[in-house]
Design a protein around this ligand. Structure first.
Ligand code: ATP
Length: 254
């Protein structure tokens, strides 16, 4: 049913040389919007990278719905329905917003589209669908007037919207957002949050890392607190906020 957990994470461990970045992460992520917080070095980004296949966990298990995705490659995990956002790489800053939007889904359909192109086919239905969807999502994020501008010319906030739009074009169930509001002005910040809420209404789920704890507490249905490579606690914002261990993790140092 639709209330089933999206993600089940059990005992996920990741070491870098002598550093234990993740030390047995146990976590269940339900549909909706979940905030992930924790002091610097708690392991938040490493967890994102393990979930989406950019790092291989040393130990533990990750299931997306009923599928074991542990150690799978990023494209396979994306195909299963989970992606993370990325900053627009410098090489793509000269490409237009529209072209940037097309890249991820075109890449996902790679060989089929390439085959049509190699065969010299004039019209590829899939490509048309991708272009239509890119325009639709751009309009949803109010980026449609910028479709022909180079991605590098966007403001910080517009760039964040483009990053989320790119992720959505791979047709995910859950999107992992790494600081989607960092460096964004308050007006655009509210716009991004309200777009995310709309998408949750439409059935998408989000797990987001954010350093501004007030933003997390005000906008997330559930909050996960990481500390020293493990999950310290998880629950509704009001519960987590008054948890002594959370207060200590933030204020008591390591
Ligand atoms: P921040 O909020 O500062 O981004 P974080 O919670 O995202 O922190 P991580 O970036 O996941 O934490 O880092 C967890 C630990 O793993 C840190 O001690 C970090 O130095 C280490 N680490 C992360 N990635 C690597 C890597 N590629 N090589 C070596 N050490 C790493």
């Amino acid at each position: 049913g639709c209330g089933d957990p999206i993600l089940r994470i059990q005992g996920v461990t990741k070491q870098f040389g002598g550093i234990t970045a993740l030390d047995g992460v146990d976590l269940t992520v339900d549909p909706g919007i979940t905030g992930l917080i924790g002091p610097n070095g708690a392991g938040k980004t490493t967890l994102f990278n393990c979930l989406t296949g950019f790092h291989k966990p040393d130990d533990g298990q990750i299931s997306l719905y009923e599928t074991d995705i542990t150690g799978k490659e990023p494209p396979t995990i994306a195909q299963q329905g989970m992606v993370r956002t990325f900053q627009i790489p410098r090489e793509l800053a000269d490409m237009t917003v529209f072209e940037n939007l097309l890249l991820a889904p075109m890449n996902q359909h790679g060989e089929r589209l390439l085959a049509s192109w190699v065969r010299g086919e004039q019209f590829v239905e899939e490509e048309q669908t991708i272009r239509d969807r890119a325009r639709e999502i751009a309009a949803f994020f109010e980026l449609d007037h910028l479709l022909n501008e180079p991605a590098g010319s966007l403001s910080g906030g517009q760039r964040k919207l483009l990053e989320i739009a790119r992720a959505l074009l791979t047709d995910p169930d859950i999107v992992l957002l790494d600081e989607p509001l960092a460096g964004v002005n308050p007006t655009l910040e509210q716009k991004i949050l309200s777009r995310i809420e709309d998408l949750v209404e439409d059935g998408y789920s989000f797990l987001l890392i954010e350093h501004d704890i007030d933003l997390i507490m005000d906008n997330c249905e559930r909050v996960v607190v990481m500390h020293q490579g493990a999950v310290l606690t998880t629950g509704p914002p009001e519960e987590v906020q008054s948890d002594e261990r959370v207060i200590e993790a933030y204020l008591g140092g390591d």
